[in-house]
Structure formats: structure tokens, C-alpha cells
Design a protein around this ligand. Structure first.
Ligand code: ADP
Length: 244
């Protein structure tokens, strides 16, 4: 492992719901600079895995980011540790403008908030996030009027202002047009060079185009991991996933 790169190390991660094992002894390493996709049939345990990493599901095992074991932390503590996520349905403040959503997301997580506010300007990191996710022209529109894809970009922008070094995205391109998917993939590549990004995804065209690494989950376990070409050539994957 290259010591200069950030990574998230998941070892023996297990989540049970009343005796049902939704995530079963999963080992997974998410490395900075690679866009890592999590795929697998419905019910494979992908969302539960992300829930466990982000403090939303009780789990056993180890999830280490830097010197922090994320397991046992509350969701806001996970965010503070530099790990952010998005949900399939974007969680933005619909009545507030795009800019206000970004400002609030940043203010909640940055100690410098009062200082920034005192200057009355829009913090530069908010401007940068706005630009990075391509929402400059919509900055003063209420988030509620944004199209679905634009809300996903806003959510990613909110992670940027929170200074999330690890981003876990749940089906960000679901419901997007081909053009929006392309833009999203390019956005992930751009911001992914300095961050650790894992994406739950069903859209195989998107995965094929933008994945550096793919982990296939099935029935709570990791079935296999590799490049898109390796995954596509894998007989077990074809049986449980592509052949479903
Ligand atoms: P995926 O994201 O791969 O579609 P999930 O992580 O959503 O899969 O679900 C994995 C399994 O865990 C499914 O069988 C699902 O029904 C079950 N599950 C998820 N959340 C809960 C819960 N809160 N209580 C009980 N079972 C759950």
C-alpha cells in the first residue's frame, strides 16, 4: 500500500438485523484516487455497508480511516472525521437557495464559521464547490426547483464544502440523462484524484465508463473485486449479477 495515499480499511464488517446477516464479514479497501464502484443485485448489502460505515447501522468489525475507527461513531462524528455520503433521494433544504444549502453545509462543519460570517462574503470554499459541481448559474435558485440530477450535484457540493475526504455516494446517476451521467462521471474523476470515492451503482454503462475498481457484492458478501474487464469476465459475477 502506498503510504502517501489516504484509504479506508474495512475488515470483517458484519451487520445483522434480528439474526439476518445483511453484511457478512466484508473486507474492503477504498483507496484515494480511484473511483471505486460497489455493485450487486438488490439486497446484496451495499446500502447497509455504507450505513455501517457512516454510523447509521450497528456493525461489528473494523472500519478505519486514518487513525480513527469509524464504527461506533455517530453520523455527525463520522462527517467530522472527513467521511460524507449522499442518499438516493437527495437531502437538501428545498426552500433555501443552492448557495444557502452549501453555506449551511459548510458552516455546520467548519470551526471558522463565525469568522467567515463576520466577513460577510461568501466563503471561497463555497464558491469553489459551486463551480466544481457546475451550479454557478443556479446559485440563487431555491434547491426545490432543481432537477433531480442537479440536486445530486448539490449534495456532492455539500460534501465538498464539508471537506469530506471520503465520499460514499448512493446511486448518484439514477434518473439522470445520458449527458448528466457523463458530467457526473467527469465530476467524480476530477474530485476523486484527491479523495476516496465509493459509489453504489446499478447503471452498468456508467460503471464501465468511470470505474477504476469494482467490488461485486452478493448476499452480504464480497463476491469479487477487480477492474471492469476482470469483473465482466468473472463467471460467478455473470451468474449472480449480470444474469439476474
Ligand atoms: P442493497 O443496497 O445491496 O440493495 P441493502 O443493504 O439495502 O441491499 O439490504 C441488504 C439486506 O438487508 C436486504 O435483504 C434488506 O431487506 C435487509 N435490510 C436492510 N435494512 C434492514 C433493516 N433496517 N431491517 C431489516 N433488514 C434490513
Amino acid at each position: 500500500m502506498n503510504a502517501q495515499l489516504d484509504y479506508v480499511e474495512i475488515r470483517d464488517l458484519t451487520v445483522e438485523f434480528d439474526g439476518f446477516v445483511a453484511v457478512d464479514s466484508v473486507d474492503l479497501t477504498l483507496l484515494q484516487g480511484r473511483v471505486h464502484f460497489l455493485i450487486g443485485p438488490n439486497g446484496a448489502g451495499k446500502t447497509t455497508l455504507v450505513d455501517a460505515v457512516t454510523g447509521l447501522a450497528n456493525a461489528s468489525g473494523l472500519v478505519r480511516y486514518g487513525s480513527t475507527d469509524l464504527l461506533g461513531l455517530k453520523p455527525h462524528q463520522v462527517v467530522r472525521a472527513g467521511v460524507g455520503r449522499t442518499f438516493q433521494t437527495a437531502t437538501v433544504f428545498e426552500q433555501l437557495t443552492v448557495l444557502q444549502n452549501l453555506d449551511i453545509a459548510g458552516g455546520v462543519h467548519r470551526k471558522a464559521r463565525s469568522m467567515m460570517r463576520a466577513r460577510r462574503g461568501i466563503p471561497s470554499y463555497v464558491e469553489e464547490a459551486l463551480d466544481a459541481v457546475g451550479l454557478v448559474d443556479l446559485r440563487d435558485r431555491p434547491a426545490g426547483v432543481l432537477a433531480h440530477g442537479q440536486k445530486q450535484w448539490l449534495e456532492i457540493g455539500m460534501l465538498l464544502v464539508q471537506d469530506a475526504k471520503v465520499m460514499l455516494l448512493d446511486e448518484p446517476v439514477a434518473g439522470m440523462s445520458a449527458e448528466e451521467r457523463e458530467e457526473t462521471g467527469e465530476l467524480l474523476r476530477r474530485i476523486g484524484t484527491e479523495r476516496t470515492i465509493a459509489v453504489i451503482e446499478h447503471d452498468m454503462d456508467f460503471v464501465r465508463t468511470f470505474a477504476d475498481v469494482v467490488t461485486v457484492m452478493h448476499a452480504g458478501k464480497v463476491l469479487t473485486e477487480g477492474t471492469v474487464a476482470e469483473i465482466q469476465a468473472n463467471q460467478k459475477v455473470q451468474e449472480v449479477y449480470l444474469g439476474r
